[in-house]
Design a binder for this molecule. Structure first.
Ligand code: TPP
Ligand code: MG
Length: 432
């Protein structure tokens, strides 16, 4: 499915493009002059360092203002599909999804269903002892599919450890995600094949990598954008604050995509922030938008808008996808120890897949045959995942000592010898 291609491509970013004056969407009148000054400085730096080969400035297409106000019950939330699956109008973001065909809409549904199935299969495999750990995305399918489908192949994606739906959109084979969780490799895919970086466990650090990468994109004169995923808990990390500062002052073409799933392991979001997370962006001088993270159309629209800003030299955007982690933090966690079932039940009523299905059915975008075929495809995916994981060869246990230092190290040599002695201690048992 090529949802991305439905949006018109815009001019390439250039050194002289509007960096500050268009960033009015999230600024109050009072702070505008300060931000303008900052943006001018950013433009100066960018222009000085820009390679000569980059295209001259082109006139910007008119952009819609970032709406912080939605049309639903929550005025802060951008929503195009209500939890009941009713389409609501939004003049700012409708243009980003208006060209979607029935096939595109079915494609988004298929993406979410298959991603959920893959995720459920991985959780079951962990319970069966086939994986060491799994971080489920249950409940976050719309946030991930909507944003993932908004990206172009030449964009670069920096995920956390939970972005299985985004990986799906980037054509990373889902079975490749499982090697690390089985402990047989350190990643399992080539980041440069799909412009999808390796999973990052060090909370928030990938926002710095993404910002640096985005600054490099500008130096290359390319018109691609970068998107960095992180969580509500990660928003408290210094790395994230630093990346916001750098991205802002260097006007880096990066979208900070925060999946606020309400929990950071056992810490609720109110322990991370006193203000809605999207409002943090204002202090850094770029727009922030809160989108209904369980509404795939709204997420697609808002992320497209933010990526286009980046492409056109308008700098970073913070997108807060307001969603919910339906499962445990990982399979090592037990969320029933710290949160109530009624909270989960309230979010179940906002399920991202159920709401798109309701819309597809009510609008005749899909018939029973489609849903039946998808169920069969889902079963087949589950079977394939089980077979591939069980067939993954164990690595040579000594391989882990080979990649720590390029030229070897006395301490690693010592540890290798200790490990060899430990392994040898099983010889008697095995022989008995
Ligand atoms: C720098 C760092 N500190 C702590 C941890 C341990 N840790 C792993 S996941 C997690 C919570 C992250 O929560 P959030 O950013 O909301 O992402 P979510 O897991 O909810 O997707 C923490 C604290 C870590 N991996 N890295
Ligand atoms: Mg979280």
């Amino acid at each position: 499915m090529t949802v991305e291609s439905t949006a018109a491509r815009k001019p390439r970013r250039s050194a002289g493009s509007k960096t500050g004056t268009t960033r009015t969407t999230d600024q109050s009148a009072a702070d505008a002059p300060a931000v303008d000054a900052q943006a001018t400085a950013a433009k100066r730096v960018t222009a000085k360092r820009a390679p000569a080969k980059r295209a001259p400035a082109k006139k910007q297409a008119a952009k819609p203002a970032a709406k912080r106000t939605g049309t639903g019950a929550d005025p802060d939330l951008v929503q195009l599909l209500t939890p009941e699956g009713r389409r609501v109008e939004n003049a700012d973001y409708d243009p980003y999804v208006s060209a979607l065909t029935s096939e595109d809409l079915r494609g988004l549904y298929r993406d979410m269903v298959l991603t959920r199935r893959f995720d459920a299969e991985a959780t079951a495999l962990q319970r069966q002892g086939e994986l060491g750990l799994w971080a489920s995305l249950l409940g976050q399918e719309a946030a991930q599919i909507g944003s993932g489908r908004a990206t172009r192949p030449d964009d670069y994606v920096f995920p956390t450890y939970r972005e299985h739906g985004v990986a799906w959109c980037r054509d990373v084979d889902p079975t490749n995600l499982l090697g690390m969780f089985r402990g047989v490799n350190n990643g399992g895919w080539d980041p440069n094949s799909n412009n999808f970086h390796l999973y990052t466990i060090v909370i928030g650090s990938q926002t710095l990598h993404a910002t640096g990468y985005a600054m490099g994109v500008v130096k290359d004169g390319a018109d691609s954008a970068v998107i960095a995923y992180f969580g509500d808990g990660a928003s408290s990390q210094g790395d994230v604050a630093e990346s916001f500062t750098f991205a802002s002052v260097y006007n880096a073409p990066v979208v900070f995509f925060c999946q606020n799933n309400q929990w950071a392991i056992s810490e609720p979001t109110e322990r991370q922030t006193r203000v809605p997370l999207y409002q943090r962006a204002q202090g850094y001088g770029f727009p922030g938008v809160r989108v209904d993270g369980n509404d795939v159309l709204a997420v697609l629209a808002v992320t497209k808008w933010a990526l286009e800003r980046a492409r056109h030299g308008e700098g970073p955007t913070l997108v807060e996808a307001f969603t919910y982690r339906m499962g445990d933090h990982t399979t090592s966690d037990d969320a029933s120890r710290y949160r109530h079932d009624d909270e989960r039940a309230a979010w179940e009523a906002k399920d991202p897949i159920a709401r798109l299905r309701a819309y597809l059915e009510a609008s005749n975008h899909a018939n029973e045959g489609f849903f039946a075929e998808l169920e069969a495809e889902s079963e087949a995916l589950g079977r394939r995942v089980r077979e591939v994981v069980r067939a993954m060869p164990d690595p040579d246990p000594f391989a882990m000592f080979e990649h720590t230092y390029a030229d070897g190290h006395a301490l690693v040599d010592e540890e290798r010898a200790q490990f060899a002695a430990y392994q040898a201690s099983f010889a008697d048992v095995e022989g008995a």
